[in-house]
Design a protein around this ligand. Structure first.
Ligand code: ZN
Length: 360
């Protein structure tokens, strides 16, 4: 964990939220939330956060790691399922009203939580809560911005590298592997998502898988990549063309670029994710491709590659200073292909600054 990551202030903010909801504590199981609030990046464990004590319950595979990564927490070794240890722990902490993450808990875990309540004379009450941690995660601290910027720098360098390497006859998979190797050698952790290299008609699919198709001259090639540094992701898309692009490419590309730059110039704090999306959508509609922009404008990026805020139709997430998100309009035409241009940006001092530096 970077020394710049401040767990204490995150916990203070969370506790204020618990107080408002009349909760004595909260049980955290969502992996990114668990990591955000503790620094522990193991793949199993629960946090029990109360005003007086923070507990990280995990099994023997992770106890040593938990001790070193989560100094704000008392480590509680577990050897059984939650129904075996939680009631005793809760009684010891004298907590009664406990929040849990309703959106992330599996049905099986929910059943087991219900079993705890059904057994014996417990005074425990479980309260489903949502968005207790995600809004905190959406506003980045300087240390987080630094890590995201490092991840963005690796992706920028990889994009420049693949633009040199791409040649007619190279397959999408070869290009994707070249990018992956490059980013790992430059220090990226395992990539946050599968690389997209989609050429020709494949580029009309926003989430195409790299195939054995050989890239040809004159067609659109959508490349969507991200690196990861100390858990923090980046996300970058460019659309390139080998040789001379056709007239459709020029028109579509200019429309997408206009929508992207126009949105970056106009988006400001207090706007909702839905309003930001609308700016790009209007520009694309005016270009005559309204129907061809099928996905949302963007998403927050941090410990998860898709997190709050959501920038898309109907999103009421309010944009504010400190938020890091993508602006990635696209136009997709079946049979021809697509163009997407995506930058990672940060809202600061009332306007948007691009973190991504890759050439457009
Ligand atoms: Zn994205």
């Amino acid at each position: 964990m970077s020394p710049k990551i401040k767990i204490k202030s995150r916990l203070e903010k969370l506790l204020a939220g618990l107080g408002e909801k009349g909760l004595d504590g909260i049980l955290i199981s969502q992996p990114e939330n668990r990591r955000y609030l503790s620094g522990f990046d193991g793949s199993a464990g629960f946090l029990i956060i109360t005003p007086n004590k923070n507990i990280l319950a995990t099994d023997s595979r992770y106890t040593a790691q938990a001790k070193s990564q989560a100094p704000e927490y008392e480590i509680f070794p577990i050897t059984s399922d939650i129904e075996g240890w939680f009631p005793g722990l809760a009684a010891g902490l004298s907590i009664k009203r406990v929040g849990f993450e309703g959106e992330y808990i599996t049905f099986s875990l929910y059943r087991r939580l219900c079993d705890i309540l059904g057994k014996g004379k417990t005074v425990l009450k479980f309260v489903p809560v949502e968005n207790m941690v995600e809004p905190l995660r959406a506003v980045k601290e300087p240390g987080e911005i630094e890590l995201i910027s490092q991840a963005a720098e690796i992706a920028d360098a990889a994009m420049a590298h693949i633009r040199e390497e791409l040649h007619p006859g190279m397959t999408e998979r070869e290009a994707a592997w070249e990018i992956e190797k490059f980013m790992r050698e430059k220090g990226s952790q395992p990539l946050p998502f599968d690389i997209i290299v989609a050429s020709g008609p494949n580029s009309a699919l926003p989430h195409a898988q790299p195939s054995a198709r050989a890239i040809q001259k004159g067609e659109p090639i959508v490349i969507d990549i991200g690196a990861r540094v100390e858990g923090y992701s980046s996300d970058l898309s460019r659309t390139v063309c080998l040789g001379d692009p056709d007239d459709t490419f020029k028109k579509v590309y200019d429309t997408v670029l206009g929508a992207q730059l126009g949105t970056i110039a106009i988006v400001k704090p207090e706007m909702s994710g839905g309003e930001a999306d609308q700016i790009a959508r209007i520009i694309i509609e005016e270009g005559g491709y309204g129907e061809a922009f099928g996905h949302g404008l963007g998403h927050g990026v941090g410990l998860a590659v898709h997190e709050k805020p959501r920038l898309g139709s109907g999103s009421s997430d309010k944009l504010s200073d400190g938020m890091v998100f993508t602006i990635e309009p696209g136009i997709y035409i079946e049979g021809w292909g697509g163009v997407r241009i995506e930058d990672l940006v940060i809202m600061e001092k009332g306007k948007v600054r691009a973190i991504s530096k890759a050439e457009k």
